[in-house]
Design a protein around this ligand. Structure first.
Ligand code: 6PG
Length: 467
């Protein structure tokens, strides 16, 4: 028997992905070092002629049809290299390996070049949507050889999420394009999550909303322009009772956010490229500040904080909705801007409209806004920033004042809104035709003869400043 698709790593994601492949009429074979995981898959798969698995790499590879399509869903890092080495002795020229994990993009470039020498096609394919997405339809972001993609395409298109019938997967570009796009997806994810948590804080402290009211508020929002996976799950979270006490679960969860690195990589690489993504940067910093819980407790005792002045609930909720929408737009704008620049820098040839399109369903940052972003890039593929797209200009004009009011309220009342205020300052700076950085140029020239350019004539100037 030869199987259509192979998958290494039968953890929750791997098992769910392979069952999804089988649901869509393809035969699939799994591999994992853990015999129990192999057995569990065989049992769940039912018919062995459709879903089978083995711990032995040689048997695994031998059971696949040519060119072999082998997806890895294993932890990013060294494990990916180890798995590749374990498969290599049995592979033939033209076979395809697809890394479905959150690998760092330069690792993908290295692996792609190494495997190319051996005639093996390597894909970095970000997969988003968590365990449920893997089972029912994730968004898939593949990058690698365009020719080899043709072999993977029918399977990926079948298993991916669908937005109005259109598959949430497309070939994105060469080399590590897929991993890079997934990395920025995660950076945006960090930004949206940080913003959502700030708005929760504000509604709770300024408006005294109970968890049930928060549940209802987010639930209503999730049916309007803020419709998105993250707003939907937020509504559900506020409704969750705690099994261990008789309170609500959200109130019992420790306020220290963990991270696996993809948000930080997005920020780090944006710095390398010289592209500002401050809403993503601050989302990473806030996870870091949250981790300093013991220090925060001590510092809290040293300072007084204003008691938040209560505001009328209805108008607060209205403004919060608008401000969150505004800041979501800014976060997507920053992420797309980074992708546009990275595409030039790394030769990915990314089509931003296509990326927005495959994010409309399946992935963690799916949102009604992504349909609008898709349209904006369809209208102008070279759009330098969403903020200059006509359809976004009106959306921003309508909501920015709410962001201003809430940022001011947060500052006056000691409620930290770093994501929202960064989104606002990014907007104010990006849309300013004159920034005060002429002064920085003057200072640089003053103390270091670093020279400056002028508004009124071309050339490079230096002044002997009077000291
Ligand atoms: C996805 C997610 C996923 C990521 C988690 C956790 O698109 O399905 O982005 O890939 O691993 O969101 O990320 P952190 O642990 O860094 O928060």
């Amino acid at each position: 028997n030869t199987y259509d698709f192979g998958l290494v790593g039968l953890g929750v994601m791997g098992r769910n992905f392979i069952l999804n492949v089988a649901d869509n009429g393809f035969t699939a074979f799994g591999n994992d070092l853990d015999q129990e995981k192999v057995n569990a898959l065989i049992e769940e798969g039912g018919d062995k002629s459709k879903v089978n698995a083995d711990v032995d790499a040689a048997k695994f590879v031998a059971s696949l049809s040519a060119p072999r399509k082998i997806m890895l869903l294993v932890p990013a890092g060294k494990v990916v290299d180890i798995v590749i080495e374990s498969l290599l002795p049995y592979l033939d020229e033209g076979d395809i390996i697809i890394d479905g994990g959150n690998s760092f993009f330069t690792d993908t470039d290295r692996r792609e070049a190494y495997l190319k020498e051996k005639g093996i096609n390597f894909f970095g394919a970000g997969v988003s949507g968590g365990a449920k997405g893997a089972r029912k339809g994730p968004s898939i972001m593949p990058g690698g050889s365009r020719e080899a993609y043709q072999f993977v395409k029918p399977i990926f298109e079948a298993v991916s999420a669908k937005y109005k019938g259109e598959p949430c997967v497309t070939y994105l570009g060469p080399k590590s394009a897929g991993n890079y796009v997934k990395m920025v997806h995660n950076g945006i994810e960090y930004g949206l999550m940080q913003l959502t948590s700030e708005i929760y804080d504000l509604l709770k402290k300024a408006g005294n909303l109970s968890n049930q009211e928060l549940h209802k508020t987010f639930d209503t929002w999730s049916k309007g322009r803020l419709q998105s996976f993250l707003v939907e799950i937020t509504a559900t979270i506020f409704d969750q009772k705690d099994d261990l006490t008789d309170g609500d679960l959200v109130d019992m969860i420790l306020d220290k956010a963990k991270q696996k690195g993809t948000g930080k990589w997005t920020s780090q690489n944006a710095m390398d490229l010289g592209i500002p993504v401050p809403t993503i940067d601050i989302a990473v910093s806030m996870r870091e500040i949250s981790a300093l819980k013991d220090e925060r407790i001590k510092a809290d005792a040293l300072y007084d904080r204003p008691t938040p002045e209560n505001v009328v609930k209805d108008s607060l909720v209205k403004k919060a909705e608008a401000a969150l929408y505004f800041a979501f737009i800014i976060t997507y704008a920053q992420g797309m801007h980074q992708l546009a620049d990275a595409s030039k820098e790394y030769g990915y040839e990314l089509e931003l409209g296509e990326i927005a399109k495959i994010w409309r369903a399946g992935c963690i940052i799916r949102a009604a806004l992504l349909a609008d972003i898709t349209e904006a890039f369809k209208a102008d593929a070279e759009l330098p920033n969403l903020l200059v797209s006509p359809s976004f200009v009106s959306k921003v004009k309508e909501t920015v004042d709410s962001a201003r009011e809430l940022v001011a309220y947060g500052a006056n009342n000691g409620i930290p809104l770093p994501g929202l205020s960064n989104a606002l300052t990014y907007f104010d700076a990006y849309t300013s035709n004159r920034l005060p950085l002429n002064l920085i140029q003057a200072q640089r020239d003053f103390f270091g003869s670093h020279t400056y350019e002028r508004l009124d004539r071309d050339g490079i100037f230096h002044t002997e400043w009077e000291s």
